[in-house]
Design a protein around this ligand. Structure first.
Ligand code: IMP
Length: 503
C-alpha cells in the first residue's frame, strides 16, 4: 500500500515571522545578503558566492544576455537557458563574459544622408537619444560624427534635412583611441564635461561608446558580481541529454556555474551526468541540480552526485501545471523545510554544507523573505524577472496596459523536451507549462531595490545581520484563515482598490 506522510503540503503564505530582539547594530546598512553558491567544508570559503540571494530561472522568457548583465551588476546571477542549440547558448555566455563594463556596443547608428525624421524614429524605437553617425550606418563603420536630441528641435527644424547638417562632426568630437582604459575614458568625459565618449580604432572606425551615466550606475552598484578577471559572473542551464557536448562548450565560453534544469532531478541520469562533469572538470565546475521536494532527494544529489547546490520545488511555478498534469509535486514551504532539515543534518554528519535554492512559486516579496527565513540559501525566480524591462521578450499592449509574454519551459512554445523527458524522445506529448503574459514593472534594479530594502528591514526585526543568522533566529507561526484576513487592511476604504477614480 502507498505510504501517506502525515503532514499537509504547505505554502509560504501560510506562515508569518515573529520579531526577535533588534539590537542597536541591527540596522539595514549593516546587513549582509551574501549567499554561497558552491558546497564547502567547515571553515573553508565557498568557491562561489552571490552578493544578493536571487537568481533567474533558466527559461527562454527570462534569461537572456541583457538580463544576465543586469543581474550580475546587482550582485545576483542569471542562468542562461539551455533550451537552445549549444553554440547559441555558448555565444550568449561569452557575450556576458566579454561585456566590458562601461564599454557598450552602439546599437543606434545613422548614416550622414539619413534624415532628421530617421533620427527621431530611431530614438523612439531604441529609446536612445545619442546616435553615432558612421559612413554606412553600422555600429563599426567609419566614424563621422554624433547627433543627439539636443542638436535639433523636432517640431521646429525641417525633418527632411540630412543628419550630416546637424551632427557634431568628428573634428569637434572628443573621442578615445582603441585600447583606452575605462578609467582614462571616464577621465576624458569628466575633463571635457561630456556625456558620451566614442572609442575609435586605428582606422577611425567606431568600436564602442562610454557613457557618464554608466559610470554613475557602476558607482551606485557596489555589489556587482565579478570573477577574478573582473568579468561579470554568469550561470548556464544544462540538461542530462547532451551534457557531454554542451558542458565543455559552456565552460570554454566562460560559464561560472552550471545548473541542471530538470523538473524532477532525483534521478540516476542527473547523478551520472554530474559525476561525469566532476571527473572531467574537477572543482573548476560549480554544479547545481534538482529539482527535489524531499530530504531524501536532496541527500541523493548532494552526496551521491556531489552537487554544489540543490534546487527545491516541483509544481509551484507560476506557469506550472505539473501537479495537475502528472500528480507530482509538493507545497513549496513543506518541500523547503524538509530539504533544509536534511541539509543541516548532512552538515552535522559530514561537515559539508550544500546550499539549497528555493525555485519557483514566489508570488511576492513576503514569500521571498519567508523562503529565506525558512532556510533557503538563495531563491530562483522566473515570473519576477520576466516582468522587468530586461527580460528578452517584446512589450505587448493589452487593453491599454503593457505586458510581456511569459511561458513555461514545459509549454508547447518552449518545447524544452530535455527538461522533462527521461529518454531521448523529442516529442512533447503533453504540456507541463502554460503560455501567458505578465505586467511590466520596471527595471531589474527597480524591483530588486524594493525587495532588498524589505528583506533587510525584516532581518533587522529578527535581529539578524546575515542570512545564516536570519534562518537560525527565525521563529515562524502558522496562520489561520482569519489571521490571514486580519493581515490585510480592515474597515477602511482603500484608494487603490475600493474606489474607482473617474479621470
Ligand atoms: P516562477 O518564479 O513561479 O515563475 O517559477 C519559475 C520556475 O518554474 C522555474 O525556475 C522552473 O523550476 C519552473 N518551470 C519553468 N517552466 C516550467 C514549466 O513549463 N512547467 C513547470 N515548471 C516550470
Amino acid at each position: 500500500m502507498a505510504k501517506i506522510i502525515p503532514d499537509v503540503s504547505r505554502t509560504f503564505s501560510e506562515y508569518l515571522l515573529l520579531p526577535g530582539l533588534t539590537k542597536r547594530d541591527n540596522i539595514p546598512s549593516n546587513v549582509s545578503l551574501q549567499a554561497p553558491l558552491a558546497a564547502y567544508a567547515g571553515a573553508e570559503a565557498p568557491r562561489l558566492c552571490i552578493n544578493n540571494p536571487f537568481v533567474t530561472a533558466s527559461m527562454q522568457a527570462v534569461s537572456g544576455v541583457e538580463m544576465a548583465i543586469s543581474l550580475a551588476r546587482q550582485g545576483c546571477l542569471a542562468f542562461i537557458y539551455c533550451s537552445q542549440p549549444i553554440d547559441r547558448q555558448a555565444s550568449m555566455i561569452s557575450r556576458v563574459k566579454t561585456h566590458k563594463a562601461g564599454f557598450v556596443e552602439s546599437d543606434s547608428n545613422l548614416k550622414p544622408e539619413d534624415s532628421l525624421a530617421d533620427a527621431v524614429a530611431l530614438t523612439r524605437r531604441s529609446g536612445h537619444s545619442t546616435m553615432p553617425v558612421t559612413h554606412d550606418g553600422s555600429k563599426n563603420g567609419k566614424f563621422l560624427g554624433i547627433i543627439t536630441d539636443k542638436d535639433f528641435w523636432e517640431f521646429e527644424d525641417d525633418l527632411q534635412a540630412r543628419v550630416s547638417e546637424f551632427m557634431t562632426p568628428k573634428e569637434s568630437v572628443v573621442y578615445g583611441d582603441s585600447g583606452v582604459s575605462l578609467h582614462e575614458a571616464n577621465s576624458l568625459l569628466r575633463k571635457h564635461k561630456k556625456e558620451c565618449l566614442p572609442v575609435l580604432d586605428q582606422d577611425g572606425c567606431l568600436q564602442a561608446l562610454v557613457f557618464k551615466k554608466d559610470y554613475i550606475d557602476h558607482r551606485r552598484n557596489p555589489y556587482e558580481l565579478l570573477d577574478s578577471k573582473k568579468r561579470l559572473v554568469v550561470g548556464a542551464g544544462i540538461n542530462t541529454h547532451d551534457y557531454k557536448e554542451r558542458v565543455p562548450a559552456l565552460l570554454e565560453a566562460g560559464a561560472d556555474v552550471l545548473a541542471f534544469d530538470s523538473s524532477d532531478g532525483y534521478t540516476e541520469f542527473q547523478r551520472d551526468a554530474a559525476l561525469w562533469i566532476r571527473e572531467k572538470f574537477g572543482d573548476r565546475a560549480v554544479i547545481g541540480g534538482g529539482n527535489v521536494v524531499s530530504g531524501t532527494g536532496f541527500r541523493y544529489l548532494a552526496e551521491e552526485a556531489g552537487l554544489d547546490f540543490v534546487k527545491v520545488g516541483i509544481g509551484g511555478g507560476s506557469i506550472c501545471i505539473t501537479r495537475e498534469q502528472k500528480g507530482i509535486g509538493r507545497g513549496q514551504a513543506s518541500a523547503l523545510l524538509n530539504v533544509v532539515a536534511e541539509r543541516d543534518r548532512l552538515y552535522n554528519d559530514t561537515g559539508r554544507y550544500v546550499p539549497v535554492c528555493s525555485d519557483g512559486g514566489l508570488a511576492n516579496d513576503t514569500q521571498i523573505i519567508i523562503a529565506l527565513a525558512m532556510g533557503a540559501d538563495f531563491v530562483m525566480m522566473g515570473r519576477y524577472f520576466a516582468m522587468t524591462n530586461e527580460s528578452p521578450t517584446p512589450k505587448v499592449s493589452i487593453s491599454g496596459r503593457m505586458y510581456k509574454p511569459y511561458w513555461g519551459e514545459g509549454s508547447n512554445r518552449a518545447r524544452n523536451w530535455q527538461r522533462y523527458a527521461l529518454d531521448d524522445e523529442m516529442n512533447l506529448k503533453f504540456e507541463e507549462g502554460i503560455d501567458g503574459y505578465v505586467p511590466i514593472v520596471g527595471s531589474v534594479k527597480d524591483v530588486l531595490d524594493v525587495t532588498i530594502v524589505k528583506l533587510r528591514s525584516t532581518m533587522c526585526n529578527i535581529g539578524a545581520l546575515n542570512l545564516k543568522e536570519f534562518r537560525e533566529k527565525a521563529v515562524l507561526t502558522r496562520i489561520s484563515e482569519q489571521s490571514f484576513i486580519e493581515a490585510g487592511t480592515s474597515n477602511v476604504v482603500r484608494l487603490d482598490r475600493d474606489i474607482s477614480l473617474d479621470v
